[in-house]
Ligand binder design. Structure first.
Ligand code: TXA
Ligand code: MG
Length: 357
């Protein structure tokens, strides 16, 4: 760990960030420093993507393995032309439809992108976020900002500035606090260097949405498959990520039966003197015993669960629970991304309660 530095925390209006603060953030970035900023998915830890030394600082601040490549954030298509060597027609269609937004695309990289940013790869991940503060910071910082999620490597991604401060205070120059993010899970990653294009990480832009636009889209078969011997294609997806300190078990099945099973498990563990946490939904909240129950949202709209999941995992860390049980969610729409993150956090510990049990 390097020497501690002073981290300046600036509160900004998410829609109309103070130009003076943005200018200061831009200066820090242009001088090779680190600024954490909000995007609509999660908070990112920004550095000048074309400055290898600056990008390297990200790895040190996060404790991130150096073979795990960074996403370059831009605000316009001209910037894309400069950092990649060719833009497939389908990528232009996807960009037209979903940029700016919660989507990252992988391209062959151009020479000006340092290997320090791509983890040694000849491809580069690019995202054009929609958050006004993110866009202002990217422009102020020179237009090409490398930004992984602004958490310590292995912890859940930050959905509020407080999470960033928890992990990175003393290690970065500035945190821009624009309140809680909108989506809560990281961007969809779509690899445009293969045919058909392949989803390497599910997010708010779903496979169905992409297929409606460009036809067949593949999904990295190692995702959601605990038994896979193959490494996932996005290098970062192989690390035990998003992980709470307690053991986490995901319980699948009819919601009432799931709640019943988790409840008896929780009562038993409490009798053994263990502290138990439960991730519930508005629909099932009332069926649980008096333990640490957190409501992730409603089954009627799983984007509510996406929005609260990482914050809840951090709260359970702070509560010091020994075991967490979570209900499973429908892997439809953004539920696909929620289940992907939840199963990774659980190290793929899943219990299935049959219909007739
Ligand atoms: O929503 C998001 O994407 C957030 C915000 C801040 O933009 N960023 C984010 O970055 O989640 P990070 O670094 O936490 O995750 C990036 C993922 C990693 O799994 C990494 O391995 C993968 O993208 N990735 C980056 N470049 C790649 C490449 N050239 N080929 C394959 N995977 C790549
Ligand atoms: Mg991350």
């Amino acid at each position: 760990m390097g020497k501690r530095i002073h981290t300046r925390i600036e509160t900004i209006d998410p829609h109309r960030p103070d130009p003076k603060v943005i200018e200061k953030a831009g200066e820090i970035l242009k001088n090779g420093g680190l600024v954490a900023f909000p995007t609509e998915t999660v908070y990112g830890l920004g550095a000048d993507a074309l400055n290898e030394k600056a990008a390297e600082k990200i790895y040190a601040a996060k404790g991130r393995p150096s073979d795990n490549p960074l996403i370059i954030h831009i605000t316009n298509m001209d910037a894309l032309e400069r950092i990649v060597t060719g833009i497939p027609e389908e990528a232009r269609k996807v960009a037209d439809a979903f940029w700016p937004g919660p989507l990252t695309m992988i391209f062959d990289k151009a020479g000006i992108v340092p290997y320090g940013t791509t983890g040694g790869l000849d491809t580069v991940a690019v995202r054009m976020p929609d958050h006004p503060a993110a866009r202002a910071v990217i422009d102020a910082g020179g237009g090409y900002i490398a930004a992984p999620s602004a958490n310590t490597s292995g912890r859940p991604s930050p959905t509020r500035a407080e999470h960033v401060a928890e992990d990175l205070s003393g290690r970065i120059e500035m945190i821009l606090d624009a309140g809680p993010v909108e989506i809560g899970v990281e961007s969809t990653i779509l690899d445009m260097t293969v045919t058909p294009p392949m989803i390497l990480r599910p997010g708010a832009v779903t496979r169905e949405m992409l297929e409606d636009l460009i036809g067949e889209v593949a999904v990295d078969s190692t995702l959601g498959n605990a038994d896979s011997k193959e490494a996932p294609k996005a290098p970062g997806m192989k690390y035990r990520h998003y992980a709470p300190k307690a053991s986490l078990v995901v319980v699948e099945g009819p919601p009432e039966k799931v709640a019943g099973w988790i409840s008896s498990q929780a009562v038993r563990m409490r009798q053994e003197g263990k502290k138990v946490g439960i991730i519930a939904t508005e629909e099932t909240r009332a069926s649980y015993p008096d333990v640490d129950v957190k409501v992730a949202g409603t089954r009627a709209d799983e984007s509510t669960v996406a929005g609260s999941l990482y914050g809840i995992l951090r709260e359970f860390d702070a509560d010091g629970v020994d075991a967490i049980y979570s209900e499973a969610f429908d892997p439809e729409g953004i539920g696909t991304a929620v289940m992907n993150r939840l199963l990774k956090a659980a190290g793929h510990q899943v219990v299935r309660i049959p219909e007739e049990a």
